[in-house]
Design a protein around this ligand. Structure first.
Ligand code: MN
Length: 386
């Protein structure tokens, strides 16, 4: 039975890193939140486990091959079961849902996020690729359908928290912090030989494989710069990246009077997830607290765009606009998948992306269909160039 006093939450991508942490937040706060829907792409076993525990109204699995297994494993429960990518997009627009957490990986987040926005849902946005690929379209839709987008990405959540209560006070710039990842101190020659296993060992954050590789290559920060542009309506010159290896300052805002506000805390995604769920309120948590005695200094470095060219490629794509960020993203998804198999080297990822960006058809004012076409064509082209 639906409990109307609780916030009804749909989690798209519930078996990934953000999805599982979101369910931990919900389990700690069962009096506030109900899981209305869960979706996953492939991990049917975990989806079954989660469904039995949280008893959502509906579940959907992207990969249709898993439908029978999911359906029969839940046959003793009153849970509606769906399969296929379209069903995930449809689940996102169900009437009783108050908030949709978009936590799927990559481009696949675009369509379901659009559907949820059109249905007027509050969006807790964890799928940054949605804004990278089609930020302009998403922001137009969100304004038209009055759907608030609340960032879950820790940097953007930090900026969002710094902006709370500031009304229309003019922002001079937003300052995104970056950990620098596992290869921060490696020389260019060393980067030629690093493996995916080394890249998967992030010093501060425990995340899914795709975003961990993106962090090591700084593409994640490049995407976050584009994400910030759309979320906060700032221009490229107003977005600065600062490497802060301790990952305690999660990001900052500098206002017109020169004042800088920062949000700090332990690197734990559960805080930004919970803040998106409870915003504008804050509720008590038992997460570990930052200990000033244990961390004696904060340091800051300028990002090195020579060793980490993806950051420069992302700035270029953002300034170029149109479908260029979509090209950047599609090429990146392919090269990351190849790097994870160690079929290409770490530095080759940037080489190939740059080549694909030069060879793809540029569209200045893309429609949704143009994004779909661009994504498909760029994936093919990238595979050809590898
Ligand atoms: Mn982030």
């Amino acid at each position: 039975m639906l409990n109307e006093s609780k916030k009804q939450i749909a989690i798209l991508g519930s078996t990934g890193s953000i999805g599982t942490q979101a369910l931990e937040v919900i389990s700690e706060n069962r009096s506030l939140f109900d899981v209305y829907a869960l979706t996953a792409n492939n991990n049917v076993d975990l989806l079954i486990k989660q469904s039995r525990k949280f008893q959502p109204e509906m579940v959907a699995i992207g990969n249709e091959d898993h439908y029978q297994r999911l359906k029969s494993a839940l046959s003793d429960l009153p849970i509606k079961v769906f399969a296929g990518a379209d069903s995930i997009a449809q689940v996102a627009e169900m009437q009783p849902i108050d908030m949709v957490l978009t936590a799927m990986v990559g481009y696949s987040g675009l369509k379901p996020t659009m559907n949820a926005i059109k249905a007027g849902k509050k969006i807790a946005l964890a799928n940054k690729e949605t804004l990278v690929v089609a930020g302009e379209l998403i922001c137009e839709l969100a304004a038209k359908y009055n759907a608030p987008i609340i960032p879950v990405d820790s940097e953007h959540s930090a900026i969002f928290q710094c902006l709370a209560g500031e009304g229309n006070n003019p922002v001079e710039k937003v300052i995104l912090t970056a950990s620098g990842g596992p290869f921060r101190t490696k020389h260019l020659q060393e980067l030629e030989h690093v493996t995916s296993a080394q890249a998967l060992k992030h010093p501060n954050w425990d995340m899914g494989a795709k975003v961990t590789i993106d962090s090591a290559s700084m593409m994640n920060k490049g995407f976050e710069v584009i994400e910030a542009k759309w979320l906060f309506g700032v221009s490229p010159e107003q977005i600065q990246v600062v490497v802060h290896p301790q990952s305690i300052i999660h990001s900052m805002v500098q206002f017109a009077d020169g004042a800088i506000k920062a949000q700090l805390g332990m690197p734990d995604m559960k805080l930004p997830i919970q803040y998106a769920f409870t915003y504008p309120e804050r509720i008590k948590t038992n997460f570990p607290r930052f200990d000033f005695d244990a961390c004696s200094q904060f340091t800051f470095e300028r990002p090195d765009e020579e060793r980490f060219r993806n950051l420069a490629l992302a700035y270029y794509a953002m300034e170029k606009g149109g479908n260029m960020p979509c090209i950047l993203n599609a090429a990146n998804e392919i090269v990351v998948a190849e790097f994870l198999k160690d079929t290409i080297g770490f530095l080759q990822m940037s080489d190939i992306i740059e080549d694909v960006m030069a060879k793809s058809t540029f569209i200045a004012k893309p429609t949704y269909d143009d994004y779909v076409k661009t994504d498909a064509q760029v994936r093919l082209l990238t595979k050809e160039l590898i």
